[in-house]
Design a protein around this ligand. Structure first.
Ligand SMILES: Nc1ncnc2c1ncn2[C@@H]1O[C@H](COP(=O)(O)OP(=O)(O)O)[C@@H](O)[C@H]1O
Ligand SMILES: [Mg+2]
Length: 597
């Protein structure tokens, strides 16, 4: 290959202009000119465009003299007025009125701020190795720009002029007279990537770290309660990242802030990492991974998750229906291959057992105590009784026999985890559930127990008089085995949290589990119902899968792969920025050792 020198690049072998593209050396190129901009832009707006990989962006701002500006505006206003008079379609009329008004605002803004106005022109040059690649990239870029509410076209027959206008050695091109939009200086300044957008929430926030310009990030997870901000309508946070990227450490920082604010905190901490924090801050640490006397949560206990004043408030009907659904999810975790007919039979037997205990669709669940719910022993008794009453070898008996086999483990080897009344009593407002001793054990027991704790933990966060925080580490376990019912439960929690004044902190190292085809609907709901994501370092495949759940542009996808520990892309409502989570050594020590998961 011939050596490429500056001269050969500046004066390439071939430069051949066609209608809306050109060849430069052996490359195929086209220049888009942006002809429509959104009416409202956010800070750092241009960073989106300068981040398009492989595209070169030329931005020009040519000062406009005030007199010229005024003349142009007056002319435009006159034209709009005339158009308004003539227009008969009411929708168009309204649109014209809007334009007219925004122009009016623009003039008064200019007058009050004495701002300079610039003619703003934006070109995007795309270069590719083949025609095919060029066509492909053109479509990509067009779509991307559309998503940013911009319209760009290659100016026909004028690619040469546009190219010349982009290179400083050529005189002014006549096309420059015909394009661009007037933009006042403050708006222009706000467009630039290096105009950073910092997060300094009011109210009870946590000092999370620094943004890329060295400013501090003050984050209030419950901001929505005191201030309206775009796309920050709930207090749900999702933290993602590979093992060791700093997820739990960040979450602990948030937790500490919440403890100081006196919020109620409920944690599912599979690895037992919060033990030392629980000690330091007077919380209670419950290790359910040991089973039996260490604490029991009865999977058959029903949680009254219905808001008072709700449409069907206190209606035992909807509570029982959703309780049956979640017990079915529980069964699927413990027995992933349970047959549908057996699961259906289980549901019927369970209802019958509830009935024996005086629990049915009319029950007021707020009045039933833990010891008044049936346990697996009682359910097993129902199954046995049914079998006795079915002497003949019918299909029903066959299903019942298979159910008996499925239920038997609950009164045998799994009884330490699942068979008994709920014994946990905690009046602490910081409670940590761990299943540490089970994490490396039998996956089905672990997953079922994890879900069972989730259900119970949720019941503790339903007091709407206080702000509660529900922390779930290793949340991908809940999507294990593509358990749709379990995934739906988590999605429901995300949807309902706000009405109980609860905020969630969901942590996972495997976004992939949320994006698999069987559970992606629920996965999306889980993500859509979070106002905040902190994406720490992830591997390539995980990034691709995460992009199925949240919007990530190419530049972000690239950068996520190379984040060092403590660094993350913070999506905070409509804003996004890279932050570094910063802690002192003392803070790190007070959080105890990390689980590294
Ligand atoms: N922002 C940070 N600054 C300094 N050290 C950190 C930071 N984040 C994590 N660490 C260190 O790395 C260890 C593992 O981090 P951890 O938060 O447990 O990772 P993850 O939960 O993502 O697996 C922590 O114990 C801590 O020592
Ligand atoms: Mg962790």
């Amino acid at each position: 290959m011939a050596k490429s020198t500056l001269k050969s690049e500046v004066a390439p072998k071939g430069l051949n202009f066609r209608i809306n593209q050109f060849n430069i050396g052996d490359k195929f190129a086209t220049i888009f000119t942006v002809i429509e901009f959104p009416s409202i832009i956010g800070p750092g707006y241009l960073s989106n465009i300068s981040a398009i990989p492989g595209a070169k962006v030329v931005v020009k701002h040519i000062p406009i003299e005030l007199a010229v500006m005024q003349k142009a505006i007056n002319k435009e206003v006159a034209e709009l007025k005339e158009e308004y008079q003539k227009e008969s379609d009411l929708t168009f009329k309204e649109r014209i009125r809007n334009d007219y008004e925004s122009l009016d605002n623009f003039v008064s803004m200019l007058a009050s701020t004495q701002s300079k106005v610039f003619d703003f022109q934006l070109h995007i040059m795309v270069v590719a190795d083949s025609q095919e690649e060029l066509d492909h990239r053109k479509v990509q870029i067009k779509n991307y720009l559309t998503s940013l509410q911009m319209r760009a076209i290659p100016l026909m027959f004028e690619q040469e002029k546009v190219l010349k206008s982009m290179i400083p050695v050529f005189p002014k091109q006549d096309i420059e007279e015909r394009m661009g939009i007037p933009v006042p200086a403050p708006t222009m300044a706000a467009m630039y990537p290096y105009v950073f957008d910092s997060i300094k929430d009011s109210g009870k926030g946590t000092l999370l770290g620094m943004d890329s310009s060295g400013g501090v990030v003050l984050f209030n997870q419950f901001l929505y309660q005191t201030k309206k901000e775009h796309n920050r309508n709930n207090a749900n946070v999702i933290i993602l990242g590979t093992s060791g990227s700093g997820k739990s450490t960040t979450a602990k920082l948030l937790l500490r802030g919440h403890i100081r604010n006196g919020y109620q905190i409920i944690c599912i901490d599979p690895e037992g990492e919060l033990e030392s924090m629980a000690k330091t801050y007077g919380g209670s640490f419950v290790d359910l991974g040991k089973g039996g006397s260490y604490g029991m949560i009865n999977p058959l206990e029903i949680v009254a998750d219905t808001e008072e004043g709700d449409m069907d408030a206190k209606s035992g009907n909807s509570i029982l229906t959703s309780a049956l659904q979640s017990v079915r999810a529980f069964m699927k975790y413990y027995i992933p291959d349970i047959e549908d007919d057996v699961l259906q039979m289980f549901s019927e037997v369970l209802q019958e057992t509830y009935k024996r205990f005086g629990i049915d669709y009319d029950t007021d669940f707020t009045k039933v105590k833990s010891e008044n719910f049936p346990t697996f022993d009682d359910l097993y008794t129902t199954v046995k009784g049914k079998l006795i009453s079915m002497p003949e070898a019918t299909r029903e008996r066959d299903v019942m026999e298979r159910l008996e086999l499925r239920v038997r483990p609950f009164i045998n080897e799994a009884r330490y985890y699942f068979n008994g009344h709920t014994t946990i009593a905690s009046d602490s407002n910081f409670i940590v559930f761990s299943i540490k001793n089970l994490m490396n054990g039998d996956a089905n027991t672990r997953n079922a127990l994890f879900f069972n704790i989730l259900k119970y933990a949720w019941s503790l966060s339903l007091d709407k008089r206080v702000n509660s925080v529900m922390y779930v580490d290793e949340a991908h376990v809940l999507l294990a085995g593509n358990n749709e019912l379990g995934a739906e439960y988590l999605a429901q929690m995300q949807r309902r949290a706000r009405k109980y004044n609860t905020g969630t902190i969901i942590i996972t190292q495997q976004p992939t589990d949320f994006a698999s085809p069987q559970v992606i609907t629920q996965g999306k709901a889980i993500f859509d119902n979070a106002s905040y994501y902190l994406v720490m370092g992830l591997k390539k495949q995980a990034v691709e899968d995460l992009a199925k759940l949240i919007d990530l542009n190419d530049a972000e996808k690239e950068s996520i792969k190379s984040y060092s520990q403590g660094r993350g892309l913070f999506v905070c409502g409509s804003r996004r920025m890279i932050i570094d989570v910063v802690l002192t050594q003392d803070e790190l020590d007070s959080f105890g050792g990390g689980g590294g998961l």
